[in-house]
Design a protein around this ligand. Sequence first.
Ligand SMILES: Nc1ncnc2c1ncn2[C@@H]1O[C@H](COP(=O)(O)OP(=O)(O)OP(=O)(O)O)[C@@H](O)[C@H]1O
Length: 487
Amino acid sequence: MFPATIFANFGSVIGGLMFVWAIFQQYFPYELRRHVEKYSQRMVGYVYPYIQITFNEFTGERLMRSEAYSAIENYLSSKSSTQAKRLKGDIKNNQSLVLSMDDHEEVDDEFKGVKVWWASGKYIAKQQTVSYVPVNDERRYYKLTFHKWQRDQIIGPYLSHVLKEGKAIRVRNRQRKLYTNNGSHWSHVVFEHPATFETLAMEAEKKQDIVDDLMAFSKAEEFYARIGRAWKRGYLLYGPPGTGKSTMIAAMANLLEYDLYDLELTAVKDNTELRRLLIETSSKSIIVIEDIDCSLDLTGQRKQRKEKGEAQGEGRDPKEKMGKEDGEAKPSQVTLSGLLNFIDGLWSACRGERLIVFTTNYVEKLDAALIRKGRMDKHIELSYCNYESFKVLARNYLKLESHRLFPEIEALLGEVKMTPADVAEHLMPKKLSGDVEICLQSLFQALQKEKESGGLKAEEEAKEEKSPSAAEEEHDQDTESPSSNKK
Ligand SMILES: Nc1ncnc2c1ncn2[C@@H]1O[C@H](COP(=O)(O)OP(=O)(O)OP(=O)(O)O)[C@@H](O)[C@H]1O
């Protein structure tokens, strides 16, 4: 038979079937049609060896965007860019180009030796009866097809793998945020601090220990679930102003790719407001309470806002640093017990991983209840610049590994207390062309001047030996469980 004849016959058969279907739809009652559809689908089911699952973009009565659909979209984006012929491109978070497969495309995937197929599609939804705004009624979906023999493998492990991976990709691609509370509300800006653990001036071993701890925490979801504890960890960073506490927090956020919530306790009205603010924080975040000693006093009462600057002593005023306005002094209402109750109770009930970080310049002022084990799991001391930290700064600022002045600077740093912030100030080139010699000379002279003006470490240590402070006694015991407060 000629192909033309075949096409003619085929066309007339299709035409005939369509005619019968149209008549059937028009003259037979809905109930009968439903039965015919049901049984014909069952018949197909007996011979069709595949299972299909559809994931619609919008679900529920209020047509919320489905989380599963977004996760699948993220999961498929890398496969789409290598397999699909027609792609859609979009810029997400103002930064990265995200590709996904266009409608009616298909990609395949493999999971533990089992092959599956994903197809994208769309259909036009029925018009809503009342609509004052133009409605885009195209509804998209992904359809997953797999062999029915693999039902258990795909519906269980494969789908949870897809959802988990898809969510992880979204977290990696998202633009991270720095939240600050203006009274009872969080407002945010994009968080783009460049600090990393590589650029942080600190002893290599201590740094590695912190990085390992953070990484272990971020991967410990199953562990926390097994032992029945909330996936939370508390850090206390203490040390003089300018030793890098804020820089370390930024490095932590960059390492874990978490958001930052900078909680200004003195701007919070009472415990109820505090609770609300903390509950509003999202998963994968670091909640920071800076200068905790200035926000809560030892009796557990919050200090008045005016007092905070005064209590700061030699430290810089954190309000100044965060660019916050100074308000009028208000009666204190946020209490230490309010904060502790939250850390122990409600906060634990919030799903997802969170770190809480307290910083202080005066660890000895803190209440024992606040920093006891279980609340603050890790205590990290940031201290004056030593030679190892100086070498990190010299590498960062001057791209220097060695120099004839290094031995003299090493000797001086052993004798003089200078913060990494001050050392960094000297190493900051005055001109962009950066004269290494000028910077090192400037630091060398400053250290010498400091030594001559009596800032000798040895002298101070000798004095401290005569009357050891409560803080140091504690610190000697164990940096993992530092000072309880000696009132
Ligand atoms: N350990 C460090 N490593 C690298 N840079 C540092 C370090 N410490 C301080 N700096 C530099 O000094 C500046 C001030 O440091 P930072 O604000 O982190 O200190 P801080 O201990 O948080 O001070 P404060 O107690 O006053 O809040 C930083 O912007 C950074 O450039």
